[in-house]
Design a protein around this ligand. Structure first.
Ligand code: HEC
Length: 119
């Protein structure tokens, strides 16, 4: 009988040992009780019907996703809402999209132009 160096490769043995240890560690799953902190942040105040509809934005993530954005150029919220609907499948009715964009442009406005330098 011949011994081959490949058959006794320490990496393979380590892999087998890991697999056996992992299998032994598999205990039946038990329920885990996780208490999340209450969300205290809210949407910026705004007027118009989009201000109410923007609550739809909070079904997947916290409002912090919106309020942590720095002032973004005009067009950002339009693209963002379309991305949430088109890419992430946000179930927001099509007629609400422009209203929400209008609210976001007002409540999370683009950067103000720098005051013109006076001589
Ligand atoms: C269907 C679930 C869902 C809904 C509803 C939703 N989002 Fe999101 N949103 C996501 C996911 C997923 C991400 C990416 C999370 C990540 O990358 O960690 C995200 C990220 C964001 C971000 C961070 C920047 C970015 O593009 O990743 C912003 C801002 C945002 N969403 C705004 C909104 C607004 C405004 C609405 C309402 C029009 C909305 N979201 C509704 C799923 C959703």
């Amino acid at each position: 009988m011949t011994f081959s160096a490949r058959r006794h490769c320490p990496v393979r043995l380590a892999g087998l040992a890991f697999a056996l240890a992992a299998a032994a560690a598999c205990a039946p799953a038990s329920a885990l009780d996780i208490q999340l902190p209450q969300e205290t942040a809210t949407l910026h105040p705004g007027t118009g019907p989009g201000a109410q509809s923007a609550a739809l934005c909070l079904m997947c993530h916290s409002v912090d996703y919106l309020s942590s954005q720095p002032p973004m150029p005009l067009g950002f919220w339009d693209a963002e809402v379309k991305k949430m609907v088109g890419t992430y499948g946000a179930p927001i009715p099509a007629d609400q999209v422009p209203l929400i964009v209008q609210y976001l442009n007002q409540a999370y406005p683009p950067p103000q132009p720098a005051a013109s330098a006076k001589p």
